[in-house]
Design a protein. Structure first.
Lengths: 462, 360
């Protein structure tokens, strides 16, 4: 597994999001090493579909989800959402796109601001976008637009000034001394000081004075813009104020609608704070917050992993209902295969930053082709005492370090079927059945198990 | 007194159960009144057997395990009932005597291996500490034993790992270390409080296998506390299901899965997504939340969430009664399988899409 390639991407028109060859790396301190979190992942998403991303912790499934949202931006690769490549568009444009791409996190309590009431938490996104409907004056827009640039420039000018300061101060002292020498009439002995003083004065006139003047003008101009901005925004402020109450009513209705949709007792909940809710309810609230902007795609990052089984079932059912009701497209990230199978239309198995296998869930679970998928499947605890818990077939040990991933197929160090070829050549994604793709040199035939029991005994299970 | 306690523990009759919990109550003082986290739990555990305690968060399963271990603080807590471990009443032991029991008699593994290990102490020292105190080993001997233990719990290169700190190990490895620490002094009873909840699926099955192997090899008793029935299914002899601080059903594992009686157990089992289900199978989710334990509902504590509840359930609390099989206890007026249940079930099946149905 652990292969690259884009064979599993689909070319039809329904695809609303397509990530190709996404690479995300994180530096390791100052060592110069990098963590290869995601190394060339490609996924696509049809409208109304749920894509399940499964894998162990550290396989890069959350990083993939975040890379799609451009937080952080991937090192290379493209993420095309509705004909725009998110990896290249400007910050402001990206911010606007994020309205339609929302996220739900694993730990619902820490995902909600503990100091704010549920009403404020859920209404905040619509409030922000309502304010955006009232354009700011051109002056303040310019101020905002150029402020990162200006801050950078100021910093650079200040750097220059800091470095030049000793020189200028030295020259000044020198000039004062030369004046004093002139006054006392000792110029015969120290005549060169006069010449030097002339040079210093010339340099000051040509370099220092214009520099200072430029700085002062820039600063003054900037300050003026800064002051003018709020002043020119006064009409906007009045306009917003006049429509505020209408908006509040609208927002309140919207907040109530989504909270109702996620099954929260609205009247009791609105004035409470997150700590007063159980994990399951808090997760419902964070789902409501993600829904309130009517997004198209929601990325659910382990939304039920922190919940109890009974609550987990509630939230899973809820997600299915909401998907139908709001026409959502979901990316569902989880490590529990049974959960992923339950919600997904397509499942992608990841290992150490690479894709192993992509297939519709029922196919994947009935006939896993990748040894890793098969091993993962065998580890799911079955609530049935007659099923003897099997050790993961042939898979032992833990994930190798993503700082120096194994050559070739990244799974080969734990794979019972690995051969020399796996170390040399990275397997590419290929189709082995109806929309069933696998990245493995030696995939399993349907029904085959990665190791026979005799093999296990012979090799001591290693 | 210490000697008396430990020798009595050592000489406990082979025939009597290892652990007997009788009508245990642990109540916490809160501004609203007493919170009845554990409210009248009785259990027995034979030597060499494994018991699973299952329930949602807030059902009191963790408090129960800590009450048995006597790990709870004393202030603001009322504990009643008896916990007899190997013939010794744990509730009467002084803190000093308890130190003699923790380790060589009873040991515990916690959910989060990072917070249960000391981050500034090498793991070797954390293992040898118990060996040196309880078993009077010298340094070299303790090191040797610890390395053997580390190898036994499946840590590669135990000699090198001995001198490492917890942060240098992965989550699964850390949990293996806590297991090694717990096993070091050869306890008779191992309490495992959600030992795999913080771990990955692949690591989870490795750790569960390890626990099961150790239990068998050492003829040790294990109490496994978890919220996931799947975790305890193939690995315990008996399962106790807790709800609102009480045991609502207790049965031998096989019996519980084939012939359960308590609607709560049924709901728990049905809410687990299973691999055999087709994708998009609607899960039979249990609505609502565990009840307020300060002012619990009248009658059966589960009645507000029970799909089959009748008037009697809301008025009268059912006692823990025996089913037709030995060792199978449940707490319900109209248990699964009874005519009233069948009738209610039929009504539900006809009316609601709450049963597994295919939706697309």
């Amino acid at each position: 597994m652990a292969g690259s390639g884009t064979a599993h991407l689909r070319a039809d028109e329904d695809v609303i999001l397509k990530a190709e060859d996404v690479v995300v790396e994180f530096p390791v301190g100052n060592t110069g090493n990098v963590v290869h979190a995601v190394s060339g992942i490609s996924v696509d998403l049809r409208k109304g579909e749920t894509l399940g991303l499964v894998g162990e912790s550290g396989c890069g499934k959350s990083t993939t989800g975040r890379a799609i949202l451009q937080m952080p931006r991937p090192k290379s690769g493209s993420v095309v959402f509705e004909d725009t490549d998110l990896t290249t568009i400007e910050r402001e444009q990206l911010r606007r796109t994020r309205r339609t791409l929302q996220m739900i996190f694993q730990d619902p309590i820490s995902a909600l601001n503990p100091r704010r009431k549920v009403r404020e938490i859920v209404a905040e996104p619509i409030d922000i976008w309502w304010q955006e409907e009232f354009p700011r004056s051109p002056v303040s827009q310019a101020f905002e637009r150029y402020s990162p640039w200006m801050t950078g420039l100021m910093g650079r000018l200040w750097d220059i000034a800091k470095r030049a300061m000793p020189l200028v101060a030295g020259a000044l002292v020198f000039w004062v001394v030369s004046q004093a020498v002139e006054e006392t009439g000792a110029e015969d002995a120290l005549g060169w000081t006069g010449v030097a003083a002339g040079i210093v004065a010339a340099v000051a006139a040509v370099v220092v004075v214009p520099f200072v003047v430029v700085c002062v003008v820039l600063l003054a101009g900037w300050a003026l813009l800064g002051i003018l901005g709020p002043i020119t925004n006064i009409p906007r402020w009045f306009k917003m104020r006049s429509q505020r109450s209408a908006f509040n009513e609208m927002a309140d209705a919207k907040v109530r609608e989504v909270l109702n949709a996620v099954g929260i007792d609205v009247d009791n909940a609105l004035e409470r704070r997150p700590h007063e809710f159980s994990g399951g309810q808090a997760q419902r609230i964070s789902i409501a917050r993600a829904l309130v902007l009517e997004p198209e795609v929601i990325i659910c990052d382990e939304p039920v992993s922190a919940l109890d089984v009974s609550v987990q079932a509630q939230v899973l059912n809820l997600l299915e209902d909401l998907k139908t009701r709001y026409g959502l497209t979901l990316i569902f990230i989880a490590h529990d295969l049974a959960v992923v199978k339950n919600v997904s239309d397509r499942v992608a198995v990841m290992y150490l930053g690479k894709m192993c296998e992509v297939a519709p869930p029922d196919t994947l679970y009935a006939a896993p082709a990748h040894p890793y998928t098969s091993a993962l499947l065998s580890t799911v605890p079955v609530p049935d005492p007659t099923v003897v818990p099997s050790t993961p077939e042939g898979i032992s040990g833990e994930l190798p370090s993503p700082i120096a991933p194994p050559s070739g197929c990244r799974f080969r160090t734990r794979c019972p079927r690995a051969e020399d070829r796996c170390a040399e050549e990275e397997p590419a994604m290929r189709e082995i059945g109806d929309s069933h793709y696998v990245a493995c040199h030696f995939p399993l035939a349907p029904g085959e198990r990665p190791v026979s029991d005799e093999d296990l005994v012979a090799t001591g299970g290693a | 007194m210490t000697d008396a306690a430990t020798t009595a523990a050592g000489q406990g009759l082979r025939t009597q159960p290892l652990l007997e919990v009788e009508d245990l109550r642990t109540w916490f003082q809160t501004p609203g009144g007493w919170l009845k986290a554990v409210d009248g739990v009785s259990l027995t555990l034979e030597r060499g057997k494994a018991l699973g305690i299952v329930g949602e968060s807030g059902s009191g399963k963790t408090v129960l395990s800590r009450s048995i271990m006597r790990l709870l603080p004393r202030r603001g807590i009322k504990t009643e009932g008896a916990v007899r471990f190997d013939g010794v009443d744990m509730m009467r032991l002084s803190p000093k005597q308890l130190r003699g029991v923790w380790g060589p008699q009873v040991a515990m593994i916690f959910q989060d291996p990072m917070t249960s290990l000391n981050p500034v102490m090498k793991i070797g020292r954390q293992i040898t500490e118990g060996l040196r105190v309880h078993l009077d080993m010298d340094k070299a001997e303790a090191r040797e034993t610890a390395v053997v233990l580390l190898r036994e719990v499946g840590i590669p290169e135990p000699d090198r790992r001995f001198d490492e700190y917890p942060h240098q190990l992965s989550g699964g490895m850390r949990q293996r270390v806590t297991i090694a620490i717990a096993l070091a002094c050869g306890p008779k009873l191992l309490m495992a409080d959600e030992p795999t909840t913080a771990l990955d699926v692949t690591v989870q099955s490795q750790i569960l296998d390890l626990l099961q192997r150790e239990q068998r090899d050492r003829d040790m008793s294990v109490v496994m506390v978890t919220h996931d029935l799947g975790v305890v299914a193939g690995r315990t002899d008996e399962i106790a299901v807790m709800y609102a601080g009480r045991i609502v059903e207790k049965a031998p594992t096989k019996r519980l899965f084939t012939d359960l009686r308590m609607p709560y157990t049924e709901s728990l089992l049905n809410s687990i997504p299973k691999l055999e289900y087709r994708s998009h199978t609607r899960l039979e989710a249990l609505g609502g939340r565990p009840p307020d334990l300060v002012n619990p509902p009248k009658g059966c504590k589960f009645s507000p969430r029970c799909p089959y509840a009748k008037d009697r359930c809301r008025e009268e609390e059912p006692p823990l009664r025996e089913a037709d099989a030995p060792g199978h206890l449940f707490r319900c007026w109209y248990p699964v399988g009874s005519p009233e249940w069948a009738e209610a079930r039929e009504r539900l099946d006809g009316a609601a899409p709450d049963v597994p149905v295919q939706i697309g």
